[in-house]
Write a protein that binds this ligand. Structure first.
Ligand code: ATP
Length: 478
Protein backbone atom coordinates (compact mmCIF):
# COMPACT_ATOMS: atom_id res chain seq x y z
CA UNK A 1 0.00 0.00 0.00
CA UNK A 2 1.51 3.37 -1.01
CA UNK A 3 1.34 5.52 2.15
CA UNK A 4 0.75 9.08 0.90
CA UNK A 5 2.06 11.37 3.68
CA UNK A 6 0.95 15.03 3.36
CA UNK A 7 4.03 16.91 4.64
CA UNK A 8 2.97 19.89 6.90
CA UNK A 9 3.64 23.13 4.96
CA UNK A 10 6.28 25.56 6.26
CA UNK A 11 3.76 28.11 7.46
CA UNK A 12 3.18 29.53 3.98
CA UNK A 13 -0.43 28.42 4.04
CA UNK A 14 -2.74 31.33 4.85
CA UNK A 15 -5.04 31.13 7.89
CA UNK A 16 -7.94 30.85 5.41
CA UNK A 17 -6.87 27.33 4.28
CA UNK A 18 -7.52 24.33 6.54
CA UNK A 19 -4.20 23.36 8.17
CA UNK A 20 -2.60 20.36 6.43
CA UNK A 21 -1.95 17.61 8.95
CA UNK A 22 0.44 14.76 8.50
CA UNK A 23 -1.43 11.52 7.67
CA UNK A 24 -0.60 9.12 10.51
CA UNK A 25 0.13 5.57 9.29
CA UNK A 26 -2.95 3.47 10.02
CA UNK A 27 -2.47 1.30 13.16
CA UNK A 28 -1.36 -2.26 12.46
CA UNK A 29 -4.53 -3.91 11.14
CA UNK A 30 -5.59 -6.59 13.64
CA UNK A 31 -6.08 -9.47 11.27
CA UNK A 32 -7.98 -12.61 12.23
CA UNK A 33 -5.19 -15.01 13.23
CA UNK A 34 -5.94 -18.55 12.12
CA UNK A 35 -5.71 -21.24 14.75
CA UNK A 36 -2.68 -22.89 13.15
CA UNK A 37 -0.93 -19.81 11.73
CA UNK A 38 2.14 -20.48 13.93
CA UNK A 39 2.61 -23.97 12.46
CA UNK A 40 4.91 -23.72 9.42
CA UNK A 41 5.79 -27.39 9.00
CA UNK A 42 6.55 -30.63 10.86
CA UNK A 43 9.87 -29.36 12.25
CA UNK A 44 12.01 -32.35 11.13
CA UNK A 45 15.79 -32.51 11.67
CA UNK A 46 17.22 -32.99 8.13
CA UNK A 47 20.13 -35.06 9.50
CA UNK A 48 18.21 -37.57 11.60
CA UNK A 49 14.81 -37.28 9.84
CA UNK A 50 13.38 -37.20 13.38
CA UNK A 51 11.07 -34.45 14.64
CA UNK A 52 12.90 -31.79 16.65
CA UNK A 53 11.58 -31.22 20.21
CA UNK A 54 10.56 -27.79 18.92
CA UNK A 55 10.60 -26.74 15.27
CA UNK A 56 8.57 -24.91 12.60
CA UNK A 57 6.15 -23.73 15.29
CA UNK A 58 5.54 -27.28 16.53
CA UNK A 59 6.24 -28.36 20.11
CA UNK A 60 6.43 -31.93 21.35
CA UNK A 61 4.33 -34.73 19.77
CA UNK A 62 7.69 -36.01 18.47
CA UNK A 63 6.62 -39.55 17.55
CA UNK A 64 3.50 -38.41 15.70
CA UNK A 65 5.38 -35.73 13.77
CA UNK A 66 8.15 -38.18 12.82
CA UNK A 67 5.57 -40.69 11.60
CA UNK A 68 3.82 -37.94 9.63
CA UNK A 69 7.11 -36.96 7.98
CA UNK A 70 7.59 -40.58 6.85
CA UNK A 71 4.12 -40.45 5.29
CA UNK A 72 5.10 -37.19 3.55
CA UNK A 73 8.24 -38.86 2.13
CA UNK A 74 6.14 -41.80 0.90
CA UNK A 75 3.70 -39.37 -0.77
CA UNK A 76 6.62 -37.61 -2.47
CA UNK A 77 7.82 -41.03 -3.72
CA UNK A 78 4.26 -41.68 -4.92
CA UNK A 79 4.22 -44.94 -2.95
CA UNK A 80 1.37 -43.85 -0.72
CA UNK A 81 -1.55 -43.36 -3.13
CA UNK A 82 -4.70 -45.19 -2.13
CA UNK A 83 -3.52 -45.71 1.41
CA UNK A 84 -4.98 -44.16 4.50
CA UNK A 85 -3.66 -42.80 7.78
CA UNK A 86 -5.51 -42.21 11.05
CA UNK A 87 -4.43 -39.53 13.52
CA UNK A 88 -6.07 -40.59 16.78
CA UNK A 89 -5.73 -38.84 20.14
CA UNK A 90 -7.43 -36.67 22.76
CA UNK A 91 -8.76 -33.23 21.81
CA UNK A 92 -6.23 -30.44 21.18
CA UNK A 93 -3.27 -32.78 20.76
CA UNK A 94 -2.31 -31.39 17.37
CA UNK A 95 -3.99 -33.79 14.92
CA UNK A 96 -5.29 -31.02 12.67
CA UNK A 97 -2.05 -29.10 13.08
CA UNK A 98 -0.07 -32.17 11.96
CA UNK A 99 -2.28 -32.62 8.90
CA UNK A 100 -1.78 -28.97 7.92
CA UNK A 101 1.94 -29.26 8.57
CA UNK A 102 2.03 -32.21 6.18
CA UNK A 103 0.41 -30.00 3.57
CA UNK A 104 3.10 -27.34 4.18
CA UNK A 105 5.85 -29.97 3.78
CA UNK A 106 4.32 -31.29 0.53
CA UNK A 107 4.29 -27.79 -0.98
CA UNK A 108 1.82 -26.03 -3.27
CA UNK A 109 2.15 -28.45 -6.16
CA UNK A 110 0.53 -31.28 -4.18
CA UNK A 111 -3.20 -30.82 -3.53
CA UNK A 112 -4.37 -30.82 0.08
CA UNK A 113 -8.15 -31.01 0.52
CA UNK A 114 -9.51 -30.56 4.08
CA UNK A 115 -12.96 -31.99 4.76
CA UNK A 116 -14.95 -32.33 8.00
CA UNK A 117 -16.82 -35.64 7.93
CA UNK A 118 -20.19 -34.04 8.73
CA UNK A 119 -19.95 -32.06 5.42
CA UNK A 120 -20.83 -35.23 3.49
CA UNK A 121 -24.37 -35.10 4.88
CA UNK A 122 -25.42 -32.40 2.44
CA UNK A 123 -29.06 -31.98 1.43
CA UNK A 124 -28.25 -31.27 -2.23
CA UNK A 125 -25.60 -33.84 -3.05
CA UNK A 126 -25.30 -37.57 -2.25
CA UNK A 127 -22.82 -38.50 0.48
CA UNK A 128 -20.84 -40.64 -1.93
CA UNK A 129 -20.77 -37.82 -4.52
CA UNK A 130 -19.31 -35.43 -1.93
CA UNK A 131 -16.63 -38.01 -1.11
CA UNK A 132 -15.86 -38.69 -4.79
CA UNK A 133 -15.58 -34.94 -5.55
CA UNK A 134 -13.21 -34.54 -2.61
CA UNK A 135 -11.18 -37.51 -3.86
CA UNK A 136 -10.92 -35.98 -7.32
CA UNK A 137 -10.00 -32.56 -5.88
CA UNK A 138 -7.14 -34.25 -4.05
CA UNK A 139 -5.64 -35.67 -7.25
CA UNK A 140 -3.61 -33.07 -9.11
CA UNK A 141 -2.47 -33.15 -12.70
CA UNK A 142 0.54 -31.18 -13.87
CA UNK A 143 0.06 -30.52 -17.59
CA UNK A 144 3.14 -29.42 -19.55
CA UNK A 145 2.51 -27.91 -22.97
CA UNK A 146 4.50 -25.90 -25.51
CA UNK A 147 2.32 -23.13 -26.89
CA UNK A 148 2.69 -20.18 -29.23
CA UNK A 149 2.17 -17.10 -27.10
CA UNK A 150 2.57 -13.33 -27.15
CA UNK A 151 4.44 -12.45 -23.96
CA UNK A 152 5.76 -9.18 -22.60
CA UNK A 153 5.35 -6.23 -20.28
CA UNK A 154 2.11 -4.38 -21.00
CA UNK A 155 2.97 -0.91 -22.30
CA UNK A 156 -0.49 -0.04 -23.65
CA UNK A 157 -3.99 -1.28 -22.84
CA UNK A 158 -6.60 0.57 -24.94
CA UNK A 159 -10.15 -0.70 -25.46
CA UNK A 160 -11.37 0.95 -28.71
CA UNK A 161 -15.07 1.75 -28.49
CA UNK A 162 -17.55 2.02 -31.32
CA UNK A 163 -21.09 3.45 -31.12
CA UNK A 164 -23.61 0.74 -31.91
CA UNK A 165 -26.43 1.45 -34.45
CA UNK A 166 -29.03 0.08 -32.06
CA UNK A 167 -28.50 3.19 -29.89
CA UNK A 168 -27.75 1.00 -26.87
CA UNK A 169 -24.58 2.96 -26.31
CA UNK A 170 -20.93 2.23 -27.03
CA UNK A 171 -19.41 -1.25 -27.28
CA UNK A 172 -15.81 -2.28 -27.57
CA UNK A 173 -14.89 -3.01 -31.19
CA UNK A 174 -11.38 -4.25 -30.39
CA UNK A 175 -8.59 -4.05 -27.86
CA UNK A 176 -5.15 -2.57 -28.49
CA UNK A 177 -2.41 -4.05 -26.32
CA UNK A 178 1.27 -3.06 -26.45
CA UNK A 179 3.72 -5.74 -25.28
CA UNK A 180 7.42 -5.17 -24.69
CA UNK A 181 10.28 -7.61 -24.12
CA UNK A 182 13.99 -7.08 -23.63
CA UNK A 183 14.40 -7.68 -27.37
CA UNK A 184 11.48 -5.86 -28.97
CA UNK A 185 7.88 -4.73 -28.73
CA UNK A 186 4.63 -5.39 -30.57
CA UNK A 187 1.15 -3.87 -30.68
CA UNK A 188 -1.71 -6.40 -30.83
CA UNK A 189 -5.28 -5.81 -32.01
CA UNK A 190 -7.42 -8.26 -30.05
CA UNK A 191 -10.99 -9.48 -29.97
CA UNK A 192 -13.09 -7.65 -27.30
CA UNK A 193 -13.94 -10.99 -25.60
CA UNK A 194 -10.35 -11.08 -24.31
CA UNK A 195 -10.98 -7.82 -22.46
CA UNK A 196 -13.19 -9.63 -19.86
CA UNK A 197 -10.33 -11.91 -18.92
CA UNK A 198 -7.98 -8.91 -18.71
CA UNK A 199 -10.35 -7.09 -16.36
CA UNK A 200 -10.91 -10.26 -14.28
CA UNK A 201 -7.16 -10.60 -13.71
CA UNK A 202 -6.80 -6.84 -13.09
CA UNK A 203 -4.07 -6.50 -15.74
CA UNK A 204 -2.53 -3.01 -15.78
CA UNK A 205 0.23 -1.27 -17.70
CA UNK A 206 3.50 -2.54 -16.23
CA UNK A 207 2.24 -6.09 -15.69
CA UNK A 208 3.85 -9.06 -17.45
CA UNK A 209 1.31 -11.23 -19.26
CA UNK A 210 1.19 -13.87 -21.95
CA UNK A 211 -1.64 -14.45 -24.43
CA UNK A 212 -2.01 -17.88 -26.04
CA UNK A 213 -1.96 -17.32 -29.81
CA UNK A 214 -4.56 -19.91 -30.74
CA UNK A 215 -7.01 -19.78 -27.84
CA UNK A 216 -6.64 -16.13 -26.79
CA UNK A 217 -6.32 -17.13 -23.12
CA UNK A 218 -4.64 -14.38 -21.08
CA UNK A 219 -2.47 -15.18 -18.07
CA UNK A 220 -1.09 -12.47 -15.78
CA UNK A 221 2.37 -13.63 -14.68
CA UNK A 222 3.08 -10.77 -12.26
CA UNK A 223 4.27 -7.18 -12.08
CA UNK A 224 7.42 -6.23 -13.98
CA UNK A 225 10.27 -5.91 -11.49
CA UNK A 226 11.26 -2.46 -12.78
CA UNK A 227 8.35 -1.21 -10.66
CA UNK A 228 9.49 -3.12 -7.55
CA UNK A 229 10.62 0.00 -5.70
CA UNK A 230 7.23 1.66 -6.28
CA UNK A 231 5.45 0.15 -3.29
CA UNK A 232 6.29 0.20 0.43
CA UNK A 233 4.86 -3.25 0.89
CA UNK A 234 5.44 -5.75 -1.89
CA UNK A 235 1.78 -6.57 -2.31
CA UNK A 236 2.46 -8.16 -5.69
CA UNK A 237 4.68 -10.79 -7.25
CA UNK A 238 7.49 -9.16 -9.28
CA UNK A 239 8.88 -10.91 -12.35
CA UNK A 240 11.70 -9.91 -14.73
CA UNK A 241 10.85 -8.46 -18.12
CA UNK A 242 10.57 -11.41 -20.55
CA UNK A 243 13.52 -12.04 -22.87
CA UNK A 244 13.35 -12.90 -26.59
CA UNK A 245 10.66 -11.82 -29.02
CA UNK A 246 7.12 -10.97 -28.04
CA UNK A 247 5.82 -13.87 -30.17
CA UNK A 248 7.47 -17.07 -28.99
CA UNK A 249 6.97 -20.74 -28.15
CA UNK A 250 6.66 -21.11 -24.39
CA UNK A 251 6.56 -24.19 -22.13
CA UNK A 252 3.49 -23.72 -19.97
CA UNK A 253 2.91 -25.82 -16.83
CA UNK A 254 -0.59 -25.85 -15.41
CA UNK A 255 -1.66 -27.52 -12.18
CA UNK A 256 -5.25 -28.67 -12.23
CA UNK A 257 -7.21 -31.24 -10.23
CA UNK A 258 -9.19 -34.12 -11.70
CA UNK A 259 -12.31 -32.49 -10.29
CA UNK A 260 -11.59 -29.37 -12.37
CA UNK A 261 -11.27 -31.56 -15.45
CA UNK A 262 -14.49 -33.40 -14.59
CA UNK A 263 -16.40 -30.13 -14.37
CA UNK A 264 -14.81 -28.65 -17.50
CA UNK A 265 -15.45 -31.85 -19.45
CA UNK A 266 -19.09 -31.91 -18.40
CA UNK A 267 -19.65 -28.58 -20.16
CA UNK A 268 -21.34 -28.99 -23.62
CA UNK A 269 -19.12 -26.86 -25.90
CA UNK A 270 -15.57 -27.53 -26.98
CA UNK A 271 -13.94 -30.70 -28.20
CA UNK A 272 -14.70 -33.49 -25.72
CA UNK A 273 -11.92 -35.62 -24.35
CA UNK A 274 -8.90 -33.46 -25.18
CA UNK A 275 -7.22 -32.61 -21.87
CA UNK A 276 -5.30 -29.64 -23.20
CA UNK A 277 -8.50 -28.22 -24.65
CA UNK A 278 -10.33 -29.03 -21.40
CA UNK A 279 -7.61 -27.42 -19.32
CA UNK A 280 -7.86 -24.31 -21.44
CA UNK A 281 -11.62 -24.16 -20.91
CA UNK A 282 -11.37 -23.99 -17.12
CA UNK A 283 -12.50 -20.37 -16.98
CA UNK A 284 -16.26 -20.38 -17.56
CA UNK A 285 -18.68 -21.22 -14.73
CA UNK A 286 -20.32 -24.65 -15.01
CA UNK A 287 -23.49 -26.08 -13.55
CA UNK A 288 -23.60 -29.67 -14.76
CA UNK A 289 -23.90 -32.99 -13.02
CA UNK A 290 -20.67 -34.96 -13.29
CA UNK A 291 -21.43 -38.63 -13.91
CA UNK A 292 -19.21 -41.68 -13.45
CA UNK A 293 -19.19 -42.06 -17.22
CA UNK A 294 -17.68 -38.60 -17.63
CA UNK A 295 -15.16 -39.37 -14.89
CA UNK A 296 -14.06 -42.59 -16.59
CA UNK A 297 -13.73 -40.60 -19.84
CA UNK A 298 -11.45 -38.15 -18.07
CA UNK A 299 -9.46 -40.99 -16.50
CA UNK A 300 -8.92 -42.53 -19.94
CA UNK A 301 -7.73 -39.24 -21.46
CA UNK A 302 -5.55 -38.44 -18.45
CA UNK A 303 -3.91 -41.88 -18.66
CA UNK A 304 -3.16 -41.28 -22.36
CA UNK A 305 -1.54 -37.93 -21.55
CA UNK A 306 0.46 -39.45 -18.71
CA UNK A 307 1.71 -42.24 -20.99
CA UNK A 308 2.62 -39.66 -23.66
CA UNK A 309 4.53 -37.64 -21.05
CA UNK A 310 2.44 -34.48 -21.48
CA UNK A 311 0.98 -34.72 -18.00
CA UNK A 312 2.12 -35.95 -14.59
CA UNK A 313 -0.25 -37.25 -11.92
CA UNK A 314 0.17 -35.57 -8.50
CA UNK A 315 -1.70 -37.66 -5.89
CA UNK A 316 -2.42 -35.33 -3.00
CA UNK A 317 -3.94 -35.57 0.47
CA UNK A 318 -7.61 -35.73 1.44
CA UNK A 319 -7.84 -34.81 5.15
CA UNK A 320 -11.11 -35.99 6.76
CA UNK A 321 -11.42 -34.57 10.28
CA UNK A 322 -13.91 -35.97 12.87
CA UNK A 323 -13.98 -39.26 10.90
CA UNK A 324 -16.26 -40.86 13.55
CA UNK A 325 -19.08 -38.77 12.02
CA UNK A 326 -19.02 -40.87 8.81
CA UNK A 327 -21.60 -43.65 8.59
CA UNK A 328 -21.15 -47.24 7.47
CA UNK A 329 -22.30 -46.40 3.91
CA UNK A 330 -19.48 -43.84 3.57
CA UNK A 331 -16.91 -46.31 4.89
CA UNK A 332 -18.10 -48.93 2.41
CA UNK A 333 -17.73 -46.41 -0.39
CA UNK A 334 -14.25 -45.43 0.86
CA UNK A 335 -13.01 -49.07 0.73
CA UNK A 336 -13.72 -49.15 -3.01
CA UNK A 337 -12.56 -45.62 -3.74
CA UNK A 338 -9.21 -46.23 -2.02
CA UNK A 339 -8.56 -49.18 -4.36
CA UNK A 340 -8.95 -47.16 -7.56
CA UNK A 341 -5.67 -46.45 -9.38
CA UNK A 342 -6.30 -42.71 -9.07
CA UNK A 343 -6.79 -42.36 -5.32
CA UNK A 344 -5.22 -39.75 -3.05
CA UNK A 345 -3.73 -40.38 0.38
CA UNK A 346 -6.52 -40.13 2.91
CA UNK A 347 -5.64 -38.79 6.37
CA UNK A 348 -8.39 -39.32 8.97
CA UNK A 349 -8.46 -37.65 12.38
CA UNK A 350 -10.59 -38.42 15.41
CA UNK A 351 -10.58 -37.72 19.14
CA UNK A 352 -13.06 -40.48 19.99
CA UNK A 353 -12.19 -43.75 21.72
CA UNK A 354 -14.55 -46.73 21.39
CA UNK A 355 -17.87 -45.42 20.11
CA UNK A 356 -20.83 -46.51 17.99
CA UNK A 357 -20.28 -46.74 14.25
CA UNK A 358 -22.96 -44.52 12.69
CA UNK A 359 -25.49 -46.67 10.84
CA UNK A 360 -24.64 -49.76 12.90
CA UNK A 361 -25.51 -50.76 16.47
CA UNK A 362 -21.97 -52.01 17.06
CA UNK A 363 -19.29 -50.09 18.90
CA UNK A 364 -15.78 -49.96 17.42
CA UNK A 365 -12.54 -48.10 18.17
CA UNK A 366 -12.85 -44.48 16.98
CA UNK A 367 -16.27 -45.28 15.48
CA UNK A 368 -14.56 -46.88 12.47
CA UNK A 369 -15.60 -50.36 11.25
CA UNK A 370 -12.86 -52.95 11.88
CA UNK A 371 -12.51 -53.73 8.13
CA UNK A 372 -11.50 -50.08 7.55
CA UNK A 373 -9.39 -49.86 10.70
CA UNK A 374 -7.29 -52.79 9.42
CA UNK A 375 -6.34 -50.74 6.35
CA UNK A 376 -5.20 -47.68 8.29
CA UNK A 377 -1.71 -46.67 9.43
CA UNK A 378 -2.60 -45.31 12.88
CA UNK A 379 -0.58 -42.43 14.37
CA UNK A 380 -1.44 -41.75 18.06
CA UNK A 381 -1.17 -38.26 19.54
CA UNK A 382 -0.59 -37.82 23.29
CA UNK A 383 -1.67 -35.24 25.85
CA UNK A 384 0.91 -32.52 26.56
CA UNK A 385 2.79 -31.98 29.79
CA UNK A 386 2.85 -28.50 31.40
CA UNK A 387 6.17 -27.60 29.78
CA UNK A 388 4.85 -28.37 26.26
CA UNK A 389 1.62 -26.50 27.02
CA UNK A 390 3.69 -23.51 28.13
CA UNK A 391 5.71 -23.55 24.88
CA UNK A 392 2.61 -23.95 22.70
CA UNK A 393 0.96 -21.03 24.46
CA UNK A 394 4.13 -19.02 23.91
CA UNK A 395 3.91 -19.72 20.17
CA UNK A 396 0.27 -18.71 20.11
CA UNK A 397 0.78 -15.49 22.08
CA UNK A 398 3.53 -14.56 19.62
CA UNK A 399 1.30 -15.42 16.64
CA UNK A 400 -1.54 -13.36 18.14
CA UNK A 401 0.87 -10.57 19.07
CA UNK A 402 -0.18 -10.40 22.75
CA UNK A 403 2.01 -9.94 25.85
CA UNK A 404 1.42 -11.55 29.23
CA UNK A 405 2.74 -10.53 32.63
CA UNK A 406 4.77 -13.46 34.02
CA UNK A 407 2.29 -14.41 36.75
CA UNK A 408 -0.58 -14.21 34.24
CA UNK A 409 1.28 -16.51 31.84
CA UNK A 410 2.03 -18.98 34.66
CA UNK A 411 -1.68 -19.11 35.52
CA UNK A 412 -2.61 -19.57 31.83
CA UNK A 413 -0.08 -22.42 31.47
CA UNK A 414 -1.42 -24.07 34.63
CA UNK A 415 -4.99 -23.80 33.32
CA UNK A 416 -3.80 -25.26 30.00
CA UNK A 417 -2.29 -28.34 31.62
CA UNK A 418 -4.90 -28.85 34.39
CA UNK A 419 -8.00 -28.25 32.25
CA UNK A 420 -7.27 -28.27 28.50
CA UNK A 421 -4.89 -26.67 26.03
CA UNK A 422 -7.75 -25.49 23.84
CA UNK A 423 -9.45 -23.81 26.81
CA UNK A 424 -6.24 -21.91 27.60
CA UNK A 425 -5.78 -20.97 23.94
CA UNK A 426 -9.33 -19.65 23.83
CA UNK A 427 -8.70 -17.44 26.88
CA UNK A 428 -5.95 -15.46 25.10
CA UNK A 429 -8.23 -13.18 23.08
CA UNK A 430 -10.75 -12.34 25.87
CA UNK A 431 -7.87 -11.76 28.32
CA UNK A 432 -6.37 -9.26 25.89
CA UNK A 433 -9.72 -7.52 25.62
CA UNK A 434 -10.01 -7.32 29.44
CA UNK A 435 -6.54 -5.75 29.61
CA UNK A 436 -7.33 -3.27 26.84
CA UNK A 437 -10.59 -2.16 28.50
CA UNK A 438 -8.46 -1.38 31.59
CA UNK A 439 -6.06 0.59 29.37
CA UNK A 440 -3.27 -1.98 29.53
CA UNK A 441 -1.44 -3.62 26.61
CA UNK A 442 0.18 -6.27 28.84
CA UNK A 443 -2.24 -8.93 30.12
CA UNK A 444 -2.20 -9.04 33.91
CA UNK A 445 -2.99 -11.82 36.39
CA UNK A 446 -6.38 -10.25 37.16
CA UNK A 447 -7.36 -10.44 33.48
CA UNK A 448 -6.69 -14.18 33.27
CA UNK A 449 -8.41 -14.82 36.64
CA UNK A 450 -11.43 -12.86 35.46
CA UNK A 451 -11.66 -14.84 32.20
CA UNK A 452 -11.36 -18.22 33.97
CA UNK A 453 -14.37 -17.17 36.07
CA UNK A 454 -16.36 -15.84 33.10
CA UNK A 455 -15.68 -18.82 30.77
CA UNK A 456 -16.01 -22.47 31.81
CA UNK A 457 -13.99 -25.29 30.33
CA UNK A 458 -15.66 -28.46 29.07
CA UNK A 459 -15.29 -30.55 32.28
CA UNK A 460 -16.68 -27.72 34.45
CA UNK A 461 -19.65 -27.30 32.14
CA UNK A 462 -20.25 -31.08 32.14
CA UNK A 463 -20.11 -31.13 35.96
CA UNK A 464 -22.64 -28.29 36.25
CA UNK A 465 -24.96 -30.03 33.77
CA UNK A 466 -24.77 -33.28 35.79
CA UNK A 467 -25.45 -31.41 39.06
CA UNK A 468 -28.48 -29.72 37.47
CA UNK A 469 -29.68 -33.10 36.19
CA UNK A 470 -29.28 -34.60 39.67
CA UNK A 471 -31.20 -31.75 41.35
CA UNK A 472 -34.00 -32.13 38.81
CA UNK A 473 -34.17 -35.88 39.41
CA UNK A 474 -34.32 -35.33 43.20
CA UNK A 475 -37.07 -32.71 42.79
CA UNK A 476 -39.11 -35.01 40.57
CA UNK A 477 -38.74 -37.93 42.98
CA UNK A 478 -40.28 -35.85 45.90
N1 ATP B 1 2.37 -29.67 19.31
C1 ATP B 1 1.82 -28.48 19.00
N2 ATP B 1 2.62 -27.43 18.71
C2 ATP B 1 2.09 -26.23 18.42
N3 ATP B 1 0.77 -25.95 18.41
C3 ATP B 1 -0.06 -26.97 18.70
C4 ATP B 1 0.41 -28.28 19.00
N4 ATP B 1 -0.66 -29.07 19.24
C5 ATP B 1 -1.76 -28.30 19.09
N5 ATP B 1 -1.40 -27.04 18.77
C6 ATP B 1 -2.32 -25.91 18.59
O1 ATP B 1 -3.40 -26.12 19.51
C7 ATP B 1 -4.66 -25.89 18.87
C8 ATP B 1 -5.48 -27.16 18.81
O2 ATP B 1 -4.78 -28.11 18.00
P1 ATP B 1 -5.56 -29.03 16.94
O3 ATP B 1 -6.74 -28.32 16.41
O4 ATP B 1 -4.56 -29.54 15.97
O5 ATP B 1 -6.04 -30.20 17.89
P2 ATP B 1 -6.85 -31.49 17.43
O6 ATP B 1 -6.12 -32.65 17.98
O7 ATP B 1 -7.12 -31.44 15.97
O8 ATP B 1 -8.19 -31.24 18.24
P3 ATP B 1 -9.60 -31.91 17.95
O9 ATP B 1 -9.42 -33.38 18.18
O10 ATP B 1 -10.49 -31.27 18.92
O11 ATP B 1 -9.92 -31.59 16.51
C9 ATP B 1 -4.33 -25.36 17.47
O12 ATP B 1 -4.23 -23.94 17.54
C10 ATP B 1 -2.95 -25.94 17.20
O13 ATP B 1 -2.22 -25.13 16.31
Amino acid sequence: MDMEIDEPTNGTSSSRLAPIEEVKPTPKQIKRIAAHSHVKGLGIDPETNEALPEGAGFVGQIAARTAASIIVDMIRMKSMAGRAVLLAGPPATGKTAIALAMSHELGDGVPFVPLVASEVFSSEVKKTEVLMRSFRRAIGLRVKETKDVYEGEVTELTPVETSENSGLGKTISHLLIGLKTAKGSKQLKLDPSIYDSILKQRVEVGDVIYIEANSGIVKRVGRCDVYASEFDLEADEFVPMPKGDVRKSKDIVQNVSLHDLDLANSRPQGRQGDVTNIVSQLMAPKKTEVTDRLRSEINKVVNEYIESGVAELMPGVLFIDEVHMLDVECFTYLYRALESPMAPVVVFATNRGTTTVRGLDDKAPHGIPPEMLDRLMIIPTMKYNEEDVRKILAHRTEAENVQFDEKAFDLLSRVGSEKSLRYALQLIAPARLCAQTCGREIIDLVDVERCTKLFMDRSESLQKAEEAQKRLAEKNSK
